[in-house]
Ligand binder design. Structure first.
Ligand code: HEC
Ligand code: HEC
Length: 342
């Protein structure tokens, strides 16, 4: 067979095997790219070996020209490859290190109480049930919705400009016009701070948040839109550095040895002693927010907002419900913590 054809076929096969193999093992794109450069270099080497040997030039000038040519060619290849490789940008790395860490600001009881006054004085309570008071015939029930999980920025935006975006389950024409648009003038900036502090307390660790109106309340874990959002958190697309799937696997097939198999309905917990299929929402919250001591499973609530925890578990509590995972239902022995660190 033609030597060239043989080399090209060999190259293509190696490139495919290396790309698929390294991606499968979990290397990210830049690494797969670098591996491919090695494969290409190997290909060039084979070509070089198959080339007819060069004749030694007769004259000194010829030899010098050859030497210079080789040198220039080598330099060119290095430069091109150097530019093609992913660049290290010190500015970017420094910015990442200097980024202020997530800090939980716990507002004082006084500010929260003042916020509740603002809530009552502005008659929000006529349309939004909160702290067990008021009526929610017209607007979202803030207790069930756990409105406090939303960021202050999101809440403020909606209070100042309710027409901009409709809350889920309130897309009808009547609801669109229901919430007054004058709160920007009525509520002073310090009052707004207090109001946001109060709204921020409206969430809890016990129950799955819901969305929708009185007639149709859907818990997040039964709401395809929220499950899809949860998947993004689980796979690290929303919060930088919070990526459950690097250990637990995108499809629940564990990638990091020792991580809990989230597909097995009988899987046990170190935080409570029910099999996974019987975990309550509070159990899930505890497991994900507090983590497992002495293992890489961190107490994520220390570094991320409660919203991240609820979204992550909205998604990670789906794996064991899938029909194809029911056959995995075998009690898993809990390994010793020492084993988990390998
Ligand atoms: C007359 C009824 C009414 C009053 C009064 C009212 N709202 Fe609303 N609000 C609604 C309705 C209806 C919606 C859902 C439709 C929408 O998104 O605009 C809503 C939505 C919201 C949302 C968005 C929820 C989400 O998750 O997207 C926030 C936040 C909110 N209201 C806060 C307030 C606050 C704070 C007050 C008082 C300062 C207030 N509302 C007063 C009717 C009202
Ligand atoms: C660095 C790897 C890693 C990451 C990232 C990670 N986990 Fe874990 N996870 C583990 C390990 C290890 C365990 C402990 C397994 C055991 O105790 O058997 C665990 C345990 C769990 C458990 C069972 C806890 C219990 O009660 O025993 C749940 C649920 C869980 N992880 C969900 C998540 C979610 C959701 C995320 C993302 C927010 C996440 N994990 C991120 C490695 C990880």
């Amino acid at each position: 067979m033609n030597i060239w054809l043989k080399n090209v076929i060999g190259y293509v096969i190696s490139a495919v095997v290396v790309s698929v193999g390294t991606s499968y093992v979990g290397f990210t794109y830049p690494f797969v790219f670098v591996f491919n450069i090695f494969v290409f270099a190997g290909f060039l080497l084979y070509i070089l070996l198959d080339l007819p040997p060069l004749k030694n030039p007769e004259s000194t000038g010829g030899r010098l020209a050859l030497l210079l040519g080789t040198f220039l060619l080598g330099g060119l290849i290095y430069t091109v490859v150097g530019f093609a490789l992913p660049q290290f940008d010190p500015q970017f790395e420094i910015a990442k290190i200097n980024k202020p860490p997530f800090v939980r600001v716990e507002p004082g009881p006084k500010l929260i109480a003042a916020g509740k006054e603002v809530f009552l004085a502005n008659k929000c309570i006529n349309c939004h049930k909160a702290s067990g008071e008021g009526s929610s015939d017209r607007g979202p029930d803030f207790d069930l919705w756990q409105i406090g999980l939303q960021t202050p920025e999101y809440l403020k935006e909606h209070i100042l400009d309710p027409k901009k975006k409709q809350a889920m389950g309130f897309e009808d024409e009547k609801s669109k016009k229901a919430m007054p648009t004058y709160f920007g003038e009525e509520i002073s900036p310090p009052e707004m701070d207090a109001l946001l502090a109060y709204l921020g307390t409206l969430w809890n660790r016990e129950k799955m948040p819901v969305r929708g109106n009185v007639k149709n309340l859907v818990p997040w874990d039964e709401d395809p839109e929220m499950v899809a959002l949860g998947q993004k958190v689980f796979e690290g697309e929303i919060y930088e550095d919070l990526n459950c799937s690097v250990c637990h696997g995108k499809d629940g097939v564990v990638l990091m040895e020792g991580a809990r198999d989230l597909r097995n309905p009988l899987s046990k917990s170190r935080n409570h002693d029910r099999p996974m299929k019987d975990w309550t929402h509070a159990d899930w919250f505890k497991s994900v927010s507090e983590g497992v001591e002495e293992t890489p499973m961190m107490p994520w609530i220390d570094d991320y907002p409660a919203l991240a925890i609820w979204l992550a578990l909205t998604y990670d509590s789906q794996f064991h419900k899938k029909p194809e995972n029911q056959k995995l239902a075998a009690p898993l022995p809990l390994q010793s913590i020492e084993d988990l660190w390998g």
